[in-house]
Design a protein around this ligand. Structure first.
Ligand SMILES: Cc1cc2nc3c(=O)[nH]c(=O)nc-3n(C[C@H](O)[C@H](O)[C@H](O)COP(=O)(O)O)c2cc1C
Ligand SMILES: Nc1ncnc2c1ncn2[C@@H]1O[C@H](COP(=O)(O)OP(=O)(O)O)[C@@H](O)[C@H]1O
Ligand SMILES: [Mg+2]
Length: 155
C-alpha cells in the first residue's frame, strides 16, 4: 500500500453509538475533516497500527475506513478501536494514529454475530502482526512524542 505508514491526528467525535452498545467493541470516531483529508485513493477497509489518546501511552489498534456496509452509512467514517481498557470515555480528546498495515476490505454480513466475530478476528490478527519488528519500531516514532507537561525537578 503506497500510503502506509499513514499518520493522522484529530479530535474524537460522537458516532451512532453502536460500537459499544451493539458490538461490545467501542470505536473512537474521527471528525469529517479528518476523513476528508485521507488520500483520495486510499482503499476503504480494515487496517491496523498504533494509537494514543492525548499524551497517553501508545497502544495497538484496528481502524475501519469506509461506509460500514452492514449499517449502510451514507457518510464515510474512520473509526479506531484501541486494544486497551480505558477508565472512561475520551470524547473531545486528541487521538493520534499511525496506520501501518492493511487487513481486508469492508464487508456486509448476514448477522450481527458474524460482524462481531470478524472484528474479533481482525483484532487478533492485528495484535500478532504488530509484534513484527518492522511494525514495533513505529510505536516509538517521533509522531507520538507530543510534549508532556514539564516536570520541574523539585522546584
Ligand atoms: C476492526 C473493525 C472491522 C470492521 N469491519 C466492518 C465490516 O466489515 N463491515 C461493516 O459494515 N462494518 C465494519 N466495522 C464497523 C462497525 O460496523 C462500526 O465500528 C460500528 O458500526 C460502530 O459505529 P459507531 O462508531 O458509529 O457507533 C468494523 C469496525 C472495526 C473496528
Ligand atoms: N478501547 C477503546 N477504543 C476506542 N474507544 C473507546 C475505547 N474505550 C472507550 N472508548 C470510548 O468509546 C467511544 C466510542 O464508542 P462507540 O460506541 O463507538 O460510540 P460512537 O458511536 O460515539 O463512536 C470513544 O469515542 C471513546 O470515548
Ligand atoms: Mg464509534
Amino acid at each position: 500500500m503506497k500510503h502506509l505508514p499513514y499518520f493522522c491526528r484529530g479530535q474524537v467525535v460522537r458516532g451512532f453509538g453502536r460500537g459499544s452498545k451493539q458490538l461490545g467493541i467501542p470505536t473512537a470516531n474521527f471528525p469529517e475533516q479528518v476523513v476528508d483529508s485521507l488520500p483520495a485513493d486510499i482503499s476503504t477497509g480494515i487496517y491496523y497500527g498504533w494509537a494514543s489518546v492525548g499524551s497517553g501511552d501508545v497502544h495497538k489498534m484496528v481502524v475501519s475506513i469506509g461506509w460500514n456496509p452492514y449499517y449502510k452509512n451514507t457518510k464515510k467514517s474512520m473509526e479506531t478501536h484501541i486494544m486497551h481498557t480505558f477508565k472512561e470515555d475520551f470524547y473531545g480528546e486528541i487521538l493520534s494514529v499511525a496506520i501501518v498495515g492493511y487487513l481486508r476490505p469492508e464487508k456486509n454480513f448476514d448477522s450481527l454475530e458474524s460482524l462481531i466475530s470478524a472484528i474479533h478476528g481482525d483484532i487478533e490478527e492485528a495484535k500478532k502482526r504488530l509484534d513484527l519488528p518492522e511494525h514495533l519500531k513505529l510505536k516509538e516514532d517521533n509522531f507520538f512524542q507530543v510534549p508532556k507537561s514539564k516536570i520541574m525537578n523539585g522546584h
